[in-house]
Design a protein around this ligand. Structure first.
Ligand code: ADE
Length: 273
């Protein structure tokens, strides 16, 4: 996968050389190129921003440097054999970044990131490139960062670990929280490793019982309990057809009951506590 980042803080992207993403680059699974947006400015101060039309606080990123930078990167990528680019623009006003979107992006051969600073990029840039390629405007959460570079790191890490050959074990993301499949829509429960007793705290004895079926059931109950506590909205959203008899028993013990439609809701007495 080719990955371009256009930014006024190229040094902010240094972590892309480290750990999982760095290894993916070293192995040739990822081809990351970071470019300084200011290379496409021609005034003495390398200006990339200007005041907003209509007034208001803050500054807006000018379309000219973005247009020239994107055209250059696109031409270079095509020459290098990359095809069907997609533009990813991190912004708090974008669609939520989810595991599903990470999977979709991981299936594309070429991502171009356009992280903004200030109040954002002149709207016409996204409108212009949307006529040529998919444009994903993406928010990594309901909070406002100073710029899109940290979201680029977040999105890249979530995408890179899904690329074939990046995680050693293909099974590794099967049980991820939010992964499609067996534990879909449930958060992962607790995990333990050696030693069996640490500061007087023993691991749950079930995990050394050797009963694989019972261990799977225990893990599922822990996942249900964790999700009910941390993300009750996920339980409410779950398709009840995905709950077996034991899931229903566990949910009932946790204070959840099915509505006539089948979906689970927390019983009011539990909500009040
Ligand atoms: N830029 C600033 N805040 C952001 C957020 N929450 N998600 C994506 N990009 C951003």
């Amino acid at each position: 996968m080719r990955l371009d980042v256009l930014t006024i803080f190229p040094e902010y992207l240094a972590p892309l050389n480290v750990s999982l993403v760095g290894k993916a680059c070293a192995r040739g699974v990822l081809d990351v190129r970071v470019s300084d947006l200011r290379e496409w400015t021609y005034d003495r101060h390398n200006t990339v921003d200007d005041t907003p039309y209509g007034g208001g606080p803050g500054m807006v990123m000018k379309p000219d440097p973005w247009g020239e930078a994107l055209d250059t990167v696109l031409a270079d990528g095509y020459e290098a054999g990359a095809h069907t680019p997609a533009l990813v623009v991190p912004t708090p006003s974008g669609r939520p970044f989810t595991q599903e979107l990470a999977v979709e992006l991981s299936e594309r051969p070429w991502l171009i990131f356009a992280p903004a600073r200030y109040e954002g990029i002149d709207r016409r840039v996204m409108d212009e490139y949307a006529t040529r390629m998919p444009v994903y405007e993406v928010s990594i959460g309901d909070y406002v960062l100073a710029g899109g570079e940290a979201p680029v790191l977040v999105i890249t890490e979530a995408v890179a670990r899904l690329l074939p050959g990046v995680l050693g074990n293909a099974e590794s993301h099967r049980d991820d929280s939010f992964a499609p499949g067996a534990m879909a829509d449930l958060l992962e429960g607790p995990v333990y490793t050696k030693p069996p007793v640490w500061r007087g705290r023993a691991i749950p004895s079930m995990l050394t019982s050797g009963h694989h079926g019972k261990i799977a059931r225990w893990r599922r109950d822990e996942a249900l309990a964790r999700t009910a506590e941390m993300r009750p909205d996920l339980i409410e959203r779950c398709d009840p057809a995905g709950f077996d008899k034991k899931d229903r028993e566990t949910l009932s013990i946790l204070g959840w009951a099915p509505e006539p439609g089948g979906r689970f809701w927390r019983r009011p007495s539990v909500v009040e506590e």
